[in-house]
Design a protein around this ligand. Structure first.
Ligand code: AMO
Length: 435
């Protein structure tokens, strides 16, 4: 008799079922053990594990031919487990093999053997079977949903902007180039240009969560060649402080929402985070230099704060302000892109930092076409290449600002994952284009 797939329940529902009831379950035979007079199948589905047990000779014979990771549909009676861990198990009545797995997997997914990340990523589809990975991507999905909830409630409009573009916005060094019917085309580095366009059009508040591409040469724990960019832009701001206020409000909302809606997944990962108090400290670039000088790191105004120094600043701020979430503000104009508004040497650009690492950068934008043209020239760029960008600035551009944040980094930092690649389903880096 064929079992009815539509009657299947998740293993978590079996845990909540009354002993004695008959249930249909489906999933992967994560671990199969046939011990002569008794046999066990540890079934995995997306809600967890469930033990199926049988003392029936015919079923034991069938179970002995089952390989780990085969997909099965099974029915049986719920009974209280005799195991120490308690809970319910199923006394198997019947099962069908929907797909028989090959006997030996190229990587171990049980967690018993440590496989290095690179090999895990080679076999990512198999690696993603582990409940730990499912938890990471459930949290990531919720982070996107919480972000949308927060912004839509505040009147933001979600946009989808082109990823095939005619020019870069974040510097030529990281542009991917391809052929587009005999013309040059680039993969979008950020939604920068388009989000500003929409504010000129009168959309007032916009955001996007979408892919951006950077031809990063280095192989680091926090850079990818394709990453998910949460981009945000708001019109009629007084200065960058208006952006910082929304950013910190969103971050606190997000962490609280994740604690509430993903408690199970966070527990499985052993991840905990404190929700930082508002307002987050605003530390000027010059204050960062002063803090660094207290530990012997000598940088002068205009020097880039490198990765190691940035980490150091994070430690010093944690000590002084008892928080791991803060902004670095008032960067030198020379360190920020052409589109950031500047008051002489000091720009209105900022970075949002978490645990000494950059999670977002943004600022108030220059909205005068004339000044923007001047800034493009000052940065050694050709205003002719930016004609299309400059056009809306000539026909009514309100004062505005925003930020861009890497979702992959966000997930990595809040879950304290060692490598950004763990926070991405199918990561792309200079060496990796598959799977
Ligand atoms: P920026 O280039 O600093 O700014 O990027 C913003 C944020 O995007 C993430 N990010 C990356 N994540 C993974 N791999 C990469 N290669 C990578 N590059 C960037 C980081 C970073 O903080 N248009 C501006 C933002 C703005 O001003 O609104 C921009 O793109 O988390």
């Amino acid at each position: 008799m064929a079992l009815d797939l539509h009657k299947r329940v998740y293993s978590s529902e079996v845990q909540a079922s009354k002993p004695g009831s008959l249930v249909v379950v489906a999933g992967w035979a994560a671990d199969v053990k046939s011990l002569g007079k008794i046999a066990f199948i540890k079934l995995r589905d997306r809600t967890g594990y469930l033990q199926l047990v049988s003392t029936d000779a015919k079923l034991i014979e069938k179970i002995s031919k089952l390989t780990n990771e085969s997909v099965i549909l099974a029915t049986g009676k719920v009974q209280a487990s005799k195991q120490k861990s308690g809970g319910n198990e199923i006394e198997l009545k019947e099962f069908e093999v929907l797909n028989l797995s090959e006997p030996k997997m190229p990587i171990d997914i049980s967690g018993k053997i440590q496989t290095d990340l690179s090999k895990r990523l080679d076999y990512r589809v198999l690696d993603l079977k582990s409940p730990r990975n499912l938890a990471i991507f459930k949290i990531r999905s919720q982070a996107n949903a919480s972000t949308r909830d927060f912004l839509l409630a505040k009147g933001f409009i979600e946009m989808q902007t082109p990823k095939l573009v005619a020019a870069g916005t974040e510097g030529g060094a990281t542009l991917f180039q391809a052929d587009y019917y005999g013309r040059k085309v680039f993969l979008s580095q950020s939604q920068q240009l388009y989000k500003q366009y929409l504010l000129a059009a009168g959309f007032d508040r916009v955001f996007e969560i979408g892919p951006s591409f950077r031809a990063e040469k280095s192989h680091t724990m926090r850079h990818l060649t394709e990453f998910t960019h949460f981009d945000f832009e708001m019109a009629f701001i007084k200065d960058e402080e208006d952006i910082l206020n929304v950013l910190e409000e969103w971050f606190v909302y997000l962490l609280k929402d994740l604690n509430k809606k993903c408690s199970e997944q966070l527990k499985l990962l052993g991840a905990t985070f404190e929700v930082p108090k508002q307002p987050f400290p605003r530390i000027t670039y010059e204050e960062c230099l002063k803090l660094l000088s207290t530990v012997g790191v000598k940088l002068k105004f205009g020097d880039d704060i490198g990765t190691d120094e940035e980490k150091k600043v994070g430690e010093l701020i944690k000590k002084k302000y008892k928080t791991n979430a803060y902004f670095i503000t008032k960067y030198p104009y020379t360190l920020k892109p052409f589109y950031i508004k500047t008051d002489g040497k000091i720009s209105r650009g900022f970075d949002f930092e978490y645990d000494g690492e950059e999670l977002a950068s943004g600022g108030q934008r220059e909205h005068s076409a004339e000044t923007l043209t001047k800034q493009i020239k000052e940065k050694g760029l050709n205003p002719k290449d930016f004609e299309f960008y400059l056009l809306p600035f000539r026909y009514g551009m309100p004062p505005h600002g925003g930020f861009g944040l890497g979702i992959d980094r966000l997930i990595r930092y809040i879950l304290k994952l060692e490598n950004i690649r763990e926070a991405v389903l199918f990561p792309r880096d200079p060496e990796r284009l598959t799977p």
